[in-house]
Structure formats: structure tokens, C-alpha cells
Design a protein around this ligand. Sequence first.
Ligand SMILES: [Cu+2]
Length: 186
Amino acid sequence: MGCMNTIFLALVATVIAKEAFAAQHVVGGSQGWDQSTNLKSWASGQTFKVGDKLVFKYSSLHSVVELGSESEYKNCNINSPVNSLSTGNDVVKLDKAGTRYFTCGTLGHCSQGMKMKITTVKGNTISPTSSPLLSPSPSPSPSLLSPSSSSSSPTITTPDASSASQCFTSIVFIVALSVTIIISFF
Ligand SMILES: [Cu+2]
């Protein structure tokens, strides 16, 4: 059981590390999402990575409109937005690499410069397909261990040496994965 506990703790640590590194960007910093904020300058000082989140904080004078193209962004054309938000505390997850365009839906605010274009880069996601590999599969075959005694109870009687090496392999795998994840942040 010591092995399973170790694996579990390593997994928890990995998840915590991933969450800790997935940044939340409060748009505009302390000034928030506002016409008076220099959004271009704010955005240029940030690194947006896949898995990060944008948090838009603003008063009821504003809203968040996401546009689907560079030309709509340039021309402040908000007639066919990709997404519209208006709670005043909106979280937008950056779920893939690429450029996204945001502006305010209030008349005139976009042309006054209340808009922001951000580029998300790859960096800190675990590919979803790697998760199933992590779950230790309880697959000992009792028939191989005791072929002659079919009447014996089918309890797991894996030899110590084998389970220890399995444990070691799992730990090495998880440590390697954690290191890979952490390195990918830099
Ligand atoms: Cu506005």
C-alpha cells in the first residue's frame, strides 16, 4: 500500500503544480477592463499560455464581446460576435493556441480603444490521453501465479519483487511527467 500512497501523492502534487502554474490574467491589471486602461500595453506584458484564464472585471457600463476575425476587430464590427459576456466578472479560458479578439459591446467604446487582441501559446497542458496511463491498472492474473490450484481464492498474490519494480516504474514515470510539465512552463 505504501507504493499506492506514493503514486497518489505524486499525482496530487502534479495536479496542484499544474493548477498553480496555470495563470489567471486579470485583464488590465488593477485598472480592469475599461476605456482608460492601456490594454495594448497590458497585453504586451503578459504571456498567455494554453490552460490560462482571462478574468474581465468591469462596471455595468461595459461588457465583453469576443470577435472572430482580425477585420472585425480592426473595424470594431460587433454585429456577429463569437461570444458575449456581461456579468462584470467574466472568466474566459484560453483552451487552445491562437489569436483571440475582445472588445466592449458598449457603443463607441471599441473605437475609443477598449479592445484587446491576445495570442495564446502552447505551453502548459497535459495531453488528455496521458491521463489514463497514470491510473494503475490492477491486472494480475491469478491463473499464471498458481496454475495448479484452481480452488484457491483468487486473491492478488503478486510477488514482492515484481510489485516493487512496478511501483518503481510508476514513480519514475510520474516524476518524469511532472518534470516535463514543470519544464514546459519556462
Ligand atoms: Cu466599455
